[in-house]
Design a protein around this ligand. Structure first.
Ligand code: ADP
Length: 396
């Protein structure tokens, strides 16, 4: 059996994983899966690349398991699948690298302490990422772990794109724009480079439209600006997050409605976005199937905000050569893509309706000066690649 790398993406209610074999410098996905229902009725599922179920474990409703309890069966399964010696590293998606972590980093006690200091910058995500690192460290001491940061791709955005117009003292304590979804954007621009190196060096906007959603403007394959900023709340309307909001509205909620910081956090992260506006669901599929006018309004706002931010980023880029739709909504919702392209006709975008309906990888017409792509993203592949590279750099 060749050496293998496990990737982990640990959140509050799920831990997604992927397992790659790495024969002679290559990488081959062997399994993907997830531990889901954390805190409710946990399940552990591992699938082969053809969808065959390799492992399917369920715990009783109400079973409380921490990250170590949940990752132990995963590691046991990996070991039984691969053999004891073959797992050579675990790569983690870490949401926040702050101002200091610009590239994938082997985790030791010093790095772990630095990651913990960043918890206040991403209080809803970073603690779960760190819990997974600690759990692996405790279950398999000595197994190398590599941190791959969602912020890293944006670290060399022009300084002006990182600033918030607050008194300077706050920037000194890290209150600045960072950007997220970096592993996804790095993957997408690499795929575009395979299709067309010239376009990848041009003016590109990628739209990662999952439950979390953001845009990234790239030139020469590097992030120039992005819609998420200090936190993962900024920018687009998301499943349950508000996106850009007038800060005055937050002051009002606190002063007039008496909401405490924790209440505001709950509203902004969990009760807003598509869910908040529709009052029905955070799920685009459910909203698209609904006749309820509030579902229509939520989709309308989602598209409107998306178009508005594409316009802003196209201004930053001085025009647009390629637009990439990705993640759940971007890959699968022909309706959202058509509505966005229609409203961006002024940029020269011309959508090929038949190609869009078929979910082709290229959905612009041959006349369209802006090429429009539909691409699956693969953050796990990026984590595996970074982890393998970090390990080979360390061993050479
Ligand atoms: P996450 O950010 O959790 O990884 P995904 O990338 O899976 O999220 O995207 C989830 C979103 O994609 C949901 O809003 C879901 O409704 C939407 N989605 C998935 N499939 C479709 C589809 N066929 N049509 C429209 N929306 C879809």
């Amino acid at each position: 059996m060749p050496e293998a790398i496990l990737t982990l993406n640990a959140g509050s209610s799920s831990i997604k994983f992927a397992l790659y074999e790495c024969p002679a410098g290559a990488r081959r996905l062997v399994s993907r899966g997830a531990i889901e229902g954390i805190g409710a009725a946990p399940t552990f599922t591992a699938l082969a690349t053809d969808g065959t179920v390799l492992e399917d474990k369920h715990w009783a409703t109400g079973t409380h398991l921490d990250h170590e309890d949940l990752l132990e069966p995963l590691l046991t399964w990996v070991t039984s699948h691969l053999g004891e010696e073959n797992l050579v590293a675990v790569g983690h998606r870490i949401v926040h690298g702050g101002s200091d972590f610009h590239s994938p980093t082997r985790i030791d006690d010093t790095v772990l302490a630095a990651l913990e200091k960043l918890v206040p910058l991403a209080p809803l995500h970073q603690p779960h990422n760190i819990a997974a690192v600690k759990a692996i460290g405790s279950l398999r001491p000595g197994l190398p772990q590599v941190a791959c940061f969602d912020t890293a791709f944006h670290h060399d955005m022009p300084a002006v794109a990182t600033r918030l117009a607050l008194p300077r003292i706050y920037a000194e304590e890290g209150v600045r724009r960072y950007g997220f979804h970096g592993l996804s954007y790095e993957y997408l621009i690499a795929r575009l480079r395979e299709l067309s190196p010239g376009l990848a060096d041009g003016r590109v906007i990628a739209a990662h439209l999952g439950n979390g959603a953001s845009l990234c403007a790239m030139r020469n394959g590097r992030s120039i600006d992005t819609t998420m900023g200090f936190s993962t709340l900024d920018g687009l309307v998301m499943g349950t997050r508000c996106g850009s909001i007038d800060p005055g509205a937050l002051l009002y909620l606190q002063q007039a409605d008496g909401l405490r910081a924790a209440d505001v956090e709950r509203v902004l992260y969990h009760e807003s976005g598509l869910l908040g506006v529709s009052g029905i669901s955070h799920d685009m599929r459910i909203l698209q199937a609904s006749e309820d006018p509030h579902a229509r309004e939520a989709i309308e706002l989602f598209v409107y905000r998306l178009v508005k931010h594409v316009g802003a980023l196209a201004s930053v880029l001085g025009g647009l050569d390629a637009l990439i739709f990705s993640a759940g909504i971007g890959e699968h919702s022909a309706g959202v893509r058509a509505a966005v392209c229609e409203r961006l006709a002024w940029l020269g975008i011309e959508c090929d309706t038949a190609a869009n309906t078929r979910h082709d990888s290229l959905i612009s017409t041959s006349r369209s000066p802006v090429r429009v792509f539909v691409m699956a993203t693969d953050e796990e592949a990026m984590i595996a690649e970074h982890t393998a590279r970090a390990m080979s750099t360390l061993s050479s």
